[in-house]
Design a protein around this ligand. Structure first.
Ligand code: BG6
Length: 516
């Protein structure tokens, strides 16, 4: 059974002092409207997240859901589809009673997103809910559609007077990608901000909803021991990896237009870089945290066409062996043009040119069909200035390395040099490990659970601000343009491998990519 929001969660967590903080924050009565309600994102992520919030008692006491999508169907059929999606994709097996209560307040509106009648119907439905509730309800419009509909929906909401409410809060949640170039991102911001105020806009980057990404701030700013060495004097390099073992699945249509740089680096990986490099914010408010992140992004010099070949590498996976089976190469995937030059792997060497970080390389790499799924940040310290051991003893000494693993096996590992037991002074590296899952005996909520709650509460800390998204594009845009103007074919790497050998070319002498 669900518990009321604002109360500590009961049952499994009771008596476990490590999860005492898992309190649910109160959320005002809300109607959530999902545009693109029958799409993949809604089915795989949003509906299961809503179910789990309901299960945890984290939804407002009065909560209504409206699905808007093109296909004609009855409310009852949409409810059945929601139930099916939740049963299939929820992180927990649904409790039928909670599911039934959630679905009772679900409606469906069919139509295309530029049809005035859809918004008239939506307005009527929202009013009916308010009459039923006997009070004004906040409204959250979730744009989970193809990106070219984002401005269309926003403008229709404005035209039909749904973007503001005299007695309640209205918010719009916008999925990625937020533009495919700097120019497009600017134009989208302009169109969105012509209708909504920035405080009403919540741009999603689901990495920000991940517990382990948020934990990085706790790690850095709640522990005094890291700050003294968190700078160019002690840190030699930073390596951020977001490797995936999966291919492009059935997303050729989207992926072939996007590529690895736009899909993961422009958003998720630059956010991770910001978390490593940002200064401590004055407070953890949305504005202060985002001000610090924007400062980091502005400190990254815009790559010039001349330096791009030295700091950026792209590649495509060829056929290979992954997940225990033979898999096709990117160009053989269904829906991919046989002469596509879209990259499925991208690696960059960036600098954060400010007082704290000048001269420290920040390596970023991501790719599909690599050896395994791993997202991690490895911070390598400079070597010690002098080794007093005999030559044999010194051979095993490696610089300290702090690895923050975001997924899977979330945790922190610190590489230290230790003496091998015995009479001689021989050193080898050992790891000191902290595992998130072992320390906190509870399952982390999915990113979307946190993000939907925060958007409904109006807390924008974990969302990308307008200037932030443009600052991200400022870094990626020149690379996108240079690559677009450079003909293929692209360097290849076998599916299931460590990636292309060309990735070595952007490393500073003596640096190595970590094994995936
Ligand atoms: C999405 C990308 O934003 O992130 C996908 O579009 C990618 O291509 C996914 O697979 C990775 O997210 P996660 O949470 O599995 O690391």
């Amino acid at each position: 059974m669900a518990v009321a929001a604002g109360q500590p969660t009961p049952k499994a967590e009771a008596g476990n002092p490590l999860v005492e903080g898992l309190e649910r924050l109160p959320v005002a009565p809300t109607t959530l409207v999902i545009f693109g309600a029958t799409g993949d994102l809604a089915r795989r992520k949003l509906l299961p997240a809503l179910y789990n919030l309901a299960h945890d008692g984290a939804l407002p006491e009065r909560f209504y859901l409206v699905g808007v999508s093109r296909k004609e169907k009855a409310h009852e059929d949409y409810r059945a589809e929601c139930a099916e999606a939740i049963r299939r994709f929820s992180r927990r097996k649904p409790d039928e009673e909670v599911l039934k209560a959630l679905l009772e307040n679900v409606r469906y509106i069919p139509g295309t997103f530029d049809e005035e009648s859809v918004y008239a119907e939506l307005g009527k439905t929202l009013d009916e809910f308010e009459q039923e509730a006997g009070e004004p309800l906040n409204r959250a419009f979730y744009l989970a559609t193809a990106p070219h509909f984002f401005p269309v929906i926003v403008e229709e909401l404005g035209r039909s007077k749904l973007a503001h409410h005299a007695h309640a809060e209205v918010r719009v949640i916008i999925e990625k990608p937020f533009g495919t170039t700097l120019e497009e991102a600017r134009e989208l911001n302009r169109r969105v901000l012509a209708i909504f105020d920035e405080t009403q806009v919540f741009r999603i980057d689901h990495y920000l909803g991940k517990e382990t990404v948020q934990n990085m701030m706790a790690f850095r700013f709640a522990n005094g021991m890291f700050e003294p060495f968190w700078n160019r004097n002690y840190i030699d390099s930073v390596q951020i990896t977001a490797a995936e073992d999966i291919g492009i699945e059935s997303r050729a249509d989207y992926y072939d237009k996007a590529g690895a740089l736009r899909d993961l680096i422009q958003n998720h990986m630059l956010q991770l870089l910001c978390h490593v490099a940002m200064e401590p914010p004055v407070s953890f408010t949305a504005e202060e945290v985002r001000n610090e992140k924007v400062k980091v992004l502005k400190s990254v010099p815009e790559p010039t066409p001349v330096e791009i070949p030295q700091i950026a590498v792209r590649a495509q996976y060829g056929p290979g062996h992954a997940g225990g089976e033979d898999v096709p190469g990117y160009l053989e995937e269904e829906g991919v043009p046989p002469d596509s030059t879209t990259e499925t792997y991208a690696a960059l060497r960036l600098e954060v040119d400010n007082w704290r970080w000048a001269g420290v390389p920040f390596y970023l790499r991501t790719g599909k069909r690599l050896a395994r799924k791993v997202t991690e940040i490895a911070v390598t310290l400079k070597p010690v200035p002098h080794l007093a051991f005999s030559q044999e003893g010194s051979l095993g000494v490696q610089p300290n390395q702090l690895v923050l693993t975001l997924q899977p096996n979330e945790g922190v590992s610190l590489r230290l040099g230790a003496k091998i037991p015995g009479t001689r002074m021989i050193i080898r590296p050992v790891n000191m490990e902290f595992l998130y899952g072992t320390a906190f005996l509870s399952q982390s909520p999915e990113a979307y659970e946190r993000l939907i709650t925060d958007a409904m509460r109006g807390d924008a800390t974990l969302f990308t601000r307008n200037d932030e998204v443009e600052a991200q594009w400022r870094i990626c845009d020149p690379i996108v343009r240079t690559w677009a103007g450079t003909p293929g074919p692209l360097p290849k790497y076998p599916a299931g491998s460590q990636g292309p050998k060309e990735a070595e070319l952007i490393l500073r002498e003596g640096d190595h990519w970590r094994a995936i």
